[in-house]
Design a protein around this ligand. Structure first.
Ligand SMILES: N[C@@H](CCC(=O)N[C@@H](CS)C(=O)NCC(=O)O)C(=O)O
Length: 339
């Protein structure tokens, strides 16, 4: 390399370091504040929803509790900030929240144009349709001329437009600002069909006065990889959020649960020792203690545990693991190793 080339590289590296230093403050500010600010859905059963005692519950909620466990050794140090679909990304951009964990689809435009980075996929979803059984329709292809309730500010609107155009059928969009309004719209007969992410259809169906009269059509018309996101320009914080999810997935794969994690201490298995921070310190690169992964599992649980409790068989939704099973079980949940 020429001297000039080297200088240019050095300048670029220095600039990059300066830039990331200027912005790489999230972990520090979270620690100073003593609290993580986590943006969530205001009421989506299974993902984020306050229970009857006002305690937040859900898969997206537990991801934030996992981050708080890693940082503070206390999953309670999270302030949950409810956000609707339109507000969510702005709240992240403006610094109102440290992490967005709100059934948000990872798309290229959101990832590259909005100053945010998705850290992974904590729920593989797809868009579907919920109809009133009395409509007598068995396939989405038979929905020609239907009125469809849709929520604005979501990926849903474009998917429906694409699907109907591709299939040469027409529809009328009935657009609302909140998901409750879309449910009321279906109930009041303002639309024949409600469309949203399939996981959300399960949750929204429970809000109908007669849930048994509504049925989901078999078609899944899009990929909706849902995951947490953080602001761009803060790699350390990006890593903390990314590896919280990966630790949960790795723990499930290794058979480490909330109940047995303590008994795994002192194991001869090198992977286990690394995971628990017994030999090497894989926390320091993220500004976390060596037992960061242990803290997450001990206080929140592995991915399978939080899945089953919130959206799976231990919940009202009873969603199958499906695509969200571990890769070793034919699913897509796969985490790079901790080493
Ligand atoms: N995954 C889609 C849809 C997410 C979404 O916001 N869905 C609606 C429909 S259930 C929702 O959560 N609404 C609740 C609210 O805005 O309060 C996206 O990221 O755009």
């Amino acid at each position: 390399m020429t001297g000039k080339g080297k200088t240019a590289l050095l300048v670029t590296a220095t600039l990059a370091a300066g830039l990331s230093q200027a912005q790489a403050a999230t972990l520090d500010s979270v620690k100073e504040r003593g609290m993580l600010k986590c943006g969530v859905n205001s009421a989506l059963a299974g993902f984020s929803n306050p229970d009857d005692k006002g305690v937040w519950q859900g898969l997206d909620v537990d991801l934030c509790r996992g981050i708080a466990a890693a940082v503070f050794n206390d999953p309670g140090k999270v302030q949950f900030i409810p956000l609707n679909a339109k507000e969510r990304l702005t709240a992240l951009q403006s610094g109102e929240i440290d992490v967005l964990s709100r059934n948000t689809t990872w798309t290229s435009s959101r990832d590259t144009e909005l100053g945010v980075n998705f850290t992974g996929i904590n729920y593989y979803d797809g868009q579907g349709f919920l109809i009133n059984k009395s409509l007598g329709v068995a396939s989405a292809k038979d929905l020609d001329g239907a009125a469809i309730c849709i929520q604005s500010g979501t990926t849903t609107e474009l998917n429906v437009a694409d699907y109907f155009r591709k299939n040469g059928i027409s529809y009328t969009a009935v657009v609302f600002d909140t998901s409750d309004q879309t449910v009321q719209g279906l109930e009041a007969g303002r639309c024949d069909v409600l469309t949203s992410d399939l996981s959300q259809l399960y949750a929204l169906r429970t809000k109908l006065s007669k849930p048994d009269e509504a049925v989901a059509l078999p078609e899944v018309i899009s990929k909706e990889p849902l995951g947490p996101s953080v602001r761009q320009g803060d790699d350390q914080w990006f890593n903390v959020v990314k590896w919280t999810h990966f630790a949960m997935v790795n723990a499930e794969e290794m058979g480490i649960t909330k109940a047995n994690v303590d008994s795994m201490k002192g194991s001869d298995n090198p992977d286990m020792r690394r995971f628990l921070g017994e030999d090497a310190d894989f926390g320091k690169g993220m500004g976390l203690p060596a037992d960061w992964a242990y803290r997450i599992i001990k206080q929140v649980g592995n991915y399978g545990e939080i899945f089953e409790a919130n959206v799976g068989q231990g919940s009202a939704l009873k969603i199958d693991r499906g695509l969200n099973a571990l890769w070793t079980e034919g699913g897509l949940q796969y985490a790079p190793p901790i080493r």
